[in-house]
Design a protein around this ligand. Sequence first.
Ligand code: ATP
Length: 490
Amino acid sequence: MSELVPITVARGDGIGPEIMDATLRVLQAAGARIAPEFIDIGEQQYLAGHSSGIAPEAWDSLRRTRVLLKGPITTPQGGGYKSLNVTIRKTLGLYANVRPCVSYAPFVRTLHPKMNLVIIRENEEDLYAGIEHRQTDEVYQCLKLITRPGCERIVRYAFEYARAHGRRKVTCMTKDNIMKMTDGLFHRVFDEIAPQYPEIETEHLIIDIGAARLATRPERFDVIVTPNLYGDILSDIAAELTGSVGLAPSANIGDHVAMFEAIHGSAPDIAGKGIANPSGLLLAAVMMLVHIGQPAVAETIHNAWLRTIEDGVHTAELHGTLSIGRPFGSMDFADAVIERLGQRPEQLAPVQYGTTPSAPGRAAGPRSAAANVPRRAPAAKALVGVDVFVHAAGVSADFLAGQLVALAVPPLGLQMITNRGVKVWPGGFPETFCTDHWRCRFVAAEATPVTHADIIALLQALVARGIDVIKTENLCTFDGERGFALGQGQ
Ligand code: ATP
């Protein structure tokens, strides 16, 4: 028998310890070759003064084992507490969130009995960078950052996942009809990488229609890959559609560490009663076993679990007409799964992990492929102008333009002013509602080089005349290609 694989286990809060004990019991009975190291996270750690809910020494275990099986936690009420999940995700670079969403009809009530899809959400970028500013009395901004390596990594991960799990289609969802540069990059990278997986069907849907189709016809989807915010929303919609939020697992995968957990919370209302359903965490542990190269054990447990569900062995929240006897408690449910180890479901589709390569990064598999993102040679970058963002209340666009035209320092001249992205000068409409936040675009005549010193000279001239400059964005070309949007809808 091969060596035991060390894993870090955090029981968590609320129902966490109960469902973790039940899960580990099944893993042990199934012969999972794991050596758990326990760490404390969650409420007690927050209250002990660790603002992210994790003690500094717990990181050592995580770095050593590179795998975390995590119970749900409770974040104490009140301010000052950082999200543990966000901290772990960002600190350890867990760039891919993988959430299988499966219906188990008729045993779990759902409007979509044939649903079986996986959402792969980019986990680190997009609007989640936490770069937000109040810029004027009226205007706040949140920066949406999308990077080429980030897109390449997640898109490749999605295709590698699809290939490893025998999935036939990958759907990309973005809003690139509006966000042509950021979401446009994500879509473009998807189109670049897709031909390397000719056996996999691909499609792109605008996120709004994509979400609508997901809500009405989820069975048409297989693997969905999407940026962070859309993925956050889609994965909750999809889990809800299955009717089995309490059964859904999720994995957060990085190049160095991976974290596996149930998607539900710590359910304080039923904590300590021994009635919580351990299935979400158990299925997360199944994903973990595939990840650490024990797909046969994963398959045995998953199929036994499916058989348990279709045999009518249900915990209280699933209990219904197809359930046998009284609701099972967490440990009795685990024992029922253990009794069925070696059996396969007869009505629900059995799973097959036998040939799944050990997961992303641990050997040959999705993660290692995704990790090798080649960096491109830098483009020839040329400065061609600057957007100066100005705070000015109670002025008209024409008045502001008059001031700025007079203050412009050659070679830069005022080209246009927009307010909330709408062009208000030259040729604005009196009907356009204007705030106190103006984007003023200065460019040089074509082919006239612009330097950083030109921009500084312009800013000095503006500030000297009392213009409240909030920030600037340089306008550049990259290998001759425009690196900025022209404006609204262009
Ligand atoms: P959080 O903010 O941590 O997500 P929440 O209360 O919004 O907390 P959950 O903790 O997931 O969400 O609980 C939502 C409901 O689902 C609760 O009524 C809870 O009892 C129930 N629930 C959650 N997980 C389970 C489970 N594993 N077994 C049975 N019921 C559960």
